[in-house]
Structures are given as C-alpha cells and as structure tokens.
Design a protein around this ligand. Structure first.
Ligand SMILES: Cc1cc2nc3c(=O)[nH]c(=O)nc-3n(C[C@H](O)[C@H](O)[C@H](O)COP(=O)(O)OP(=O)(O)OC[C@H]3O[C@@H](n4cnc5c(N)ncnc54)[C@H](O)[C@@H]3O)c2cc1C
Ligand code: SF4
Length: 509
C-alpha cells in the first residue's frame, strides 16, 4: 500500500556516503536536528549476503552495470546503501595532496575552505575517529606480499596501504561489505554516530526533487522504495529549516540538481581515476582469499598513476580467465595460484553527466590520447611487476596482445601503437567534478562555502564539488572537506563537539 511520510529538521542531508555522513556527524554534534535520506537499504554487517552477486545486488548501484556512453563503455562502480560507496570500498586513506590544495585555493578561490590548519585538524580528527593505520604484515596476504616483492625487485618505492580498518582480519571481501564491521565505513562509524547525536535516518528514500521555500531551498520530495530499493512504495516530503545538503555522489548529485531546475554548469567537468588490472599465475599458492582486499601500494603520482594490489573474489577471477572447455577448467583448478595488481590513472579527460530520457544518469567520457599513453605505461608496468615478483605467466587482458605472456620483455607489446583505448578494459570507482566549487559563478556550481551560487540554502558536500581529480584515493579528502564545510555552515569554527559514548556498532531508524 502506498504511504506518505513528512518530517522536518534544521538540515536535510541527501546521501549517506563519505560526504553526507560526515556532514551529518558534524551538524548533529552542534545540537542541530538532521534528517539523513538514503536511497539504498540499511544493512548490518551480519545482513550482508555471502554470495558475490547477492552482495553486489544489495549494495552496488545497478549491480555494477552502470557504464559510460561510449564505443568502449567504462563501468562506473558506486555504492547504493547506507554508507554509500564507503560501505563497499577498500578503506584506502590518503590526505589531499598539497599541490591539489594549492591549485584549488589559487585557481578556484577556495583558500578559506582549504585553510591549512583547519583542514589538517579535520584530517587528524577523522584519522583518530576512523581508526586509521597501516595494513599489518600479518594481514597483507599473498597478493600484497607479491606486489611488495615485485616493486622491491624493480627498485620502486612501495608501502603498506593506510586504511580505516585497524581491526581487519583479512577476509579479502571489502567489495561485498565488511562482514565483521572492521572497516570504519560510514555505515559503521559516522552514520551511527550522527544517529546517537539525534539525527534521523530514512533509508530506502530516494530524493527526486528539491523545492524552494520563500526563496531558499526548503523541501525535499521523493519516493520510498521497497527493501530491494527497486520498486516505489510511497512518497515523502522533508522540510529543511536551515539548509538542504546534497551528497548523492558525483554521478547522482548533478542528476538531482538538474531535475530540481539547477542547471548552470551542472554535470560539466566530470573527472575520474579509471583503472585497469592484470593477473599473473605463480608456481605456488598465492591465496587471494586471505588478506586486506588492498594491502600494498606503489604511488607514482609524478607519472600520473598509482599501483595497488587488489584481491579479486574467485567468481570474478574465474570470469577473467581466457579459454573455454578443458583449458578453462585447468585454469580454474589453479585459481588459488593467481595474483592481481591494478594501475589507477589520474586521467586529464573531462566528461559530462546528464539525466537520460528515463531519468537515469548518462555519462559521456572519453580518455584523451595522453591518458591512453599513461594507461598503457601503467599496464606494461603491471606486467613487469608480476614477472619481477616471480609469475610464471601473466594475463594482461589486453586485446591484440597474447592472452598469456611468459617473459617480462613482452610487457613492451602493450605499448605497441595498435593498442588503443578499446583494447584495455577500464573501470572507475572515483568520480569528481560535476558540481564544481569555485568563487566564480560563471564557471562553478557552488561557492567556497559549498552553497549553490544560484540557490540560497542549497549546499553540495560530496565529490561533485572537487574542481579536479587528485591522483590519490579520495574518500579522506571528501570527508575532510565535508567536515570543514559543515563546520562553517553551522558557523562554529571550533565546534565544542558533545562528548558522547562510543556509537553502537549499527543503527537504523
Ligand atoms: C568499489 C569501490 C572501491 C573504492 N575504494 C576506495 C578506497 O579504498 N579509498 C578511497 O579513498 N576511495 C575509494 N572508493 C571511492 C570512494 O568510496 C568514493 O569516492 C566516496 O565514497 C564518494 O563519496 P560521496 O559522498 O561523493 O558519494 P558516495 O559515498 O557514493 O555516497 C552517495 C550516496 O548517495 C546516495 N544517493 C544517490 N542518489 C540519491 C538520491 N536521489 N536520494 C537519496 N540518496 C541518494 C547513494 O545511494 C549513496 O549512498 C571506492 C569506491 C568504490 C565504488
Ligand atoms: S578485508 Fe575483510 S575483514 Fe578486512 S576490512 Fe575488508 S572485508 Fe573487513
């Protein structure tokens, strides 16, 4: 039966990912009332499905089938669950690089928002609250060990990844959501904390439109969804007395703004960190099923890329193996002997996000020629790293290159002129720039307070506001910038955050 819900608060926050949960955590700590709206379900760790496809269908938007509109579509991974993409991510933590901070301050007028001491304080507080630390040697796992061995052998500087998962037991299934509640994703940390501070969470509530109230953003209208988040079963109308804060992520925030009539510059400037992965077979068991999902990294920011170990669930690994029939079955028997590394590229290309005729996001994005050159260098390096780590064969997954390489020198084949963007399978899970922040209303969507240039009371606090990509994993920067923006919105530069008992492990409405 169709139902209708109405609620009212000082702030209505749309989306519970890195940006939304952090904004709610800061605002609710000031004593303000906060409503948190989330399209996806609220899942306790023990409610997460064990099978890969079931888990992906629970927590990933469109079961990971959303992709760019292109002759070579690039899948776009997004969480759609309480906690947003943080609920399914690998927990990698990096602060905003200094050169990006300087560029945004000087080139986009964001100096006050990014003021060094205040932003550093936000980073430090988040690091303390989300239990951030390096992956311990005993949970690095075979995959991480091999990337370390390969990078040491090639003379590259690698390091254990810093993550928000100090209690990780190495079950290598972050993509399915941590079943142990070990990773301090937003559903485990800031959402329950905001609720403990009085915030009201409405899961399975999709915001469809923002309406004005006496010239300010005042109402959020939307649809209630059934438990699988697929079928409409009601409507809602939420009243925001002070502000509406959109944190639906860089693909869906522009959609919501566009549908609400806010269109100037919206959806332009989409950027990503697309990545490609290579698998290698070893003559000994690697055991990708044990270890932190991502445990070791080789940052090569000056070369426009970052190399990471990334464990693959067996179902996805099996799907990556070439061949058919008996050949495929032989490979299947060796599943435990494979390792996987990926290269994540800081691409310069910019794309655009718009609603399609049916209201879903249409993302146009094509890597530039220089991006493809960096990508090919990255994939060739992955091949060399695998052999340097002792692989007996490497499967680059690049069309036009032999399926199985047996010597390190064959890495050069990936660099051949005939290898193009279409030959390399890309995927992106870091999205930016579709409601960019900047002092100039001519170029940006939101100002240095992250308030829409054109609509008072309407704020954006997620990865959409980043004027560019970063070249490092973004969740920490998103949280810190949302933290600062929420502090400034509440007009409490040094908020006296109420001293609270530790939040419950899980909470929902
Ligand atoms: C598989 C994967 C692995 C990753 N690994 C890492 C990593 O290790 N380290 C790192 O730094 N980053 C990682 N990322 C990226 C990181 O998680 C994101 O950059 C970050 O979470 C984005 O924050 P956000 O607030 O912009 O959006 P999100 O965290 O995506 O949150 C947006 C939320 O808004 C909700 N929403 C959307 N539209 C509506 C609507 N209309 N109404 C209500 N709710 C709505 C969505 O369901 C979602 O929950 C990864 C991402 C993925 C997908
Ligand atoms: S590797 Fe396993 S235990 Fe560790 S954070 Fe990821 S899902 Fe949780």
């Amino acid at each position: 039966m169709s139902k209708h819900v109405e609620d009212s608060a000082d702030y209505v926050v749309i989306g519970t990912g890195a940006g939304g949960a952090t904004a709610a955590r800061v605002l609710s700590a000031t004593g303000a009332s906060v409503i948190l709206l989330e399209e996806g379900p609220s899942l306790a760790p023990e409610e997460r499905a064990l099978g890969l496809l079931d888990a992906m269908s629970q927590s990933l938007r469109d079961v990971a089938t959303l992709a760019t509109h292109s002759p070579a579509p690039m899948p776009l991974l997004l969480g759609r669950v309480v906690g947003g993409s943080t609920a399914v991510n690998s927990g990698i933590i990096w602060r905003l690089p200094d050169d990006v901070r300087a560029e945004w301050a000087a080139g986009h007028g964001l100096g006050e928002l990014l003021e060094e001491r205040a932003l550093d304080a936000a980073f430090s507080r988040i690091e303390a609250e989300l239990e951030i630390g390096e992956v311990a040697e005993d949970t690095r796992g075979g995959n991480g060990d091999l990337l370390k061995a390969g990078s040491d052998a090639l003379g590259l500087t690698g390091r254990p990844i810093r993550r928000n998962a100090r209690r990780c037991v190495g079950s290598a299934r972050c993509l399915q959501g941590c079943p142990h509640g070990a990773r301090q994703s937003m559903d485990i940390s800031y959402v329950p904390r905001a609720i403990a501070q009085g915030a009201r969470l409405h899961p399975l509530c999709r915001a469809d439109r923002i309406e004005l109230d006496r010239g300010r953003a005042g109402f959020v209208l939307g649809t209630q969804l059934t438990a699988d988040a697929r079928v409409a079963c009601g409507t809602f109308r939420m009243h925001a007395r002070r502000a509406v804060i959109v944190c639906a992520g860089a693909i869906h925030t522009p959609l919501l703004l566009w549908k609400s009539g806010v269109r100037k510059n919206v959806g332009e400037g989409y950027q990503a960190h697309p990545g490609a992965a290579v698998i290698g077979r070893f003559d000994h068991q690697v055991g990708m099923g044990f270890g932190a999902t991502q445990a070791y990294e080789v940052p090569l920011r000056d070369r426009g890329m970052k190399i990471e170990s990334i464990s693959l669930p067996p179902e996805l690994l099996a799907a990556r193996l070439p061949g058919a029939g008996e050949e495929w079955q032989r490979s299947l028997r060796k599943l435990d002997y494979f390792a996987q590394f990926c290269a994540v590229i800081r691409m310069r290309a910019r794309g655009r996000v718009r609603p399609s005729l049916f209201g879903s996001p249409q993302v146009r994005y094509e890597p530039l020629r220089e991006d493809v050159a960096t990508l090919k260098e990255g994939v060739a390096l992955l091949v060399r790293l695998m052999f340097a780590a002792g692989a007996v064969e490497v499967l680059p997954g690049v069309a036009g290159v032999p399926e199985r390489l047996t010597r390190a020198e064959q890495a050069e084949l990936v660099l051949a002129e005939h290898v193009t963007r279409r030959d390399i399978h890309l995927m992106a899970s870091h999205h930016f720039g579709t409601a960019a922040a900047g002092a100039s209303p001519g170029h940006a969507v939101v100002d240095a307070q992250l308030q829409c240039h054109d609509v008072p009371g309407l704020y954006v606090m997620d990865a959409s506001v980043f004027p560019s990509n970063l070249g490092v994993n973004p969740q920490h920067s998103i949280m810190a910038i949302a933290y600062r923006a929420a502090e400034r919105l509440a007009n409490v530069e040094r908020p006296k955050l109420r001293s609270l008992p530790p939040p419950a492990a899980h909470a929902s409405v």
